[in-house]
Design a protein around this ligand. Structure first.
Ligand code: ASP
Length: 378
């Protein structure tokens, strides 16, 4: 006697996905008919509305030949880019806007706030937002947007490419197509800012560019969330936002010029480092980030110079992965006056933005330390 219905229950806490049912072929046939009927009915449902914001980058670049993968220029509009991707009319309805068309090395505060405004303005009328962006500083813009906009469940997906549009096997069109599908997929809701590149879906809060040339460029352990393959969006975990992400509510006047964030400089440590550099840079800024050695160490003489500054100093790391714990910070004689904060898992450029936001909010040292505690530093 054939067992018609066998239920296997896992201990997965996700009730919807924890029940697996293996059925007889007759029941399977009935189910297939039901699925076909449901998908026919789905044709009539309204498609998600996706806003696409173009800012430039390699994805919008052209070279002089199909083998050129360096020295190319931004030369493609978001409209032209959208013309190069497979038909998405069955996936979503799109509206697009060209915010700027620059290499991401030229993303300054004015453009950053333009992106901020465009995302904020799209929250009410769209189901998802896609931002095309150069990969060099994409992680910084993604971190800023995650830290400053409360977009609730709405997916905000950053996308770029490593090869210009003119090259053989250009990765831009597929990356853009995937990003739009990801933004349209209900499984992407409630996951914060995402970065989609090279089939991978990552957390914009943590991910960073780790390879200057390869298609497999974005990395770091705490960043990967899922994968895109053959028109399917695969997440490894249920929706969750980055733990410890401190949201800063900005109040922006409509008028230009863009507001100016406090100046925070990054100093890169190395063997035989000149400790005077710390004093020279401190004169120019309101806060400093040091890309320290290993898990936050610096020569004693440099530590002494850092402790002597009257601005907040965040110790981050040169290493791409890993973290700087509070335990590795130099100790000051007066514990309550210590101006050094550990960056936790944040790299120097993300630490810079977080410190800028803390300074803009006029947080005290203790409040700033508390913010960095969220990412296991402080
Ligand atoms: N230089 C380019 C940019 O960041 C690199 C890229 O997009 O991959 O705009």
């Amino acid at each position: 006697m054939v067992n018609n219905r066998l239920e296997i229950t896992t201990i997965c806490p996700d009730a919807e996905n924890s029940l697996f049912t293996i059925e007889s072929s007759e029941i399977e046939a009935q189910r297939a008919a039901a699925v076909a009927a449901a998908s026919a009915a789905d044709q009539h449902r309204t498609l998600p509305r996706i806003k696409i914001l173009g800012t430039g980058g390699t994805i919008a670049s052209k070279g002089a030949s199909s083998s050129q993968t360096a020295g190319y220029h931004v030369d493609l509009t978001i409209q032209e880019l959208l013309e190069s991707i497979p038909d998405i009319s069955a996936v979503c309805e799109i509206e697009y806007e060209q915010l700027c068309n620059v290499d991401s090395k030229d993303i300054n505060e004015e453009i950053l706030f333009k992106i901020y405004r465009a995302v904020s303005d799209s929250l009410q009328s769209f189901d998802g937002i896609v931002i095309t962006h150069g990969t060099d500083t994409m992680a910084e813009t993604a971190f800023f947007i995650e830290s400053t906009i409360d977009f609730g469940e709405l997916p905000v997906v950053f996308v770029g490419s490593m090869r210009p549009s003119t090259s053989v096997s250009a990765d831009g069109p597929m990356n853009l197509y995937q990003a739009i599908c990801i933004a349209s997929d209900s499984k992407s809701r409630g996951r914060g800012v995402l970065v989609s590149l090279n089939d991978q879906i990552s957390s914009g809060y943590y991910i960073t560019k780790t390879n200057a040339n390869s298609l497999e460029s974005f990395n770091v352990r705490q960043g990967y969330l899922g994968n895109f393959f053959n028109n399917e969006v695969h997440y490894y975990y249920p929706p969750s936002k980055p733990l410890g992400c401190h949201k800063f509510k900005l109040r922006l006047e409509d008028s230009s010029p863009a507001p100016k964030l406090p100046t925070v400089c990054i100093v890169y440590a190395h063997q035989a480092m000149d400790s005077e550099l710390i004093d020279i840079v401190a004169e120019r800024c309101e806060g400093m980030v040091v890309a320290a050695l290993g898990a936050g160490t610096l020569p004693e003489i440099v530590n002494t110079r850092c402790l002597a500054q009257d601005i907040p100093m965040v110790f981050s790391k040169r290493a791409m992965d890993g973290m700087v714990p509070n335990a590795n910070l130099p100790k000051s004689a007066d514990k309550s006056k210590c101006n050094i904060i550990a960056s936790g898992y944040l790299n120097p450029e993300k630490s810079r933005i977080l410190l800028q936001l803390c300074l803009a909010k006029k947080y005290t040292m203790e409040e700033t330390r508390h913010v960095f505690c969220g990412v296991y530093g402080g």
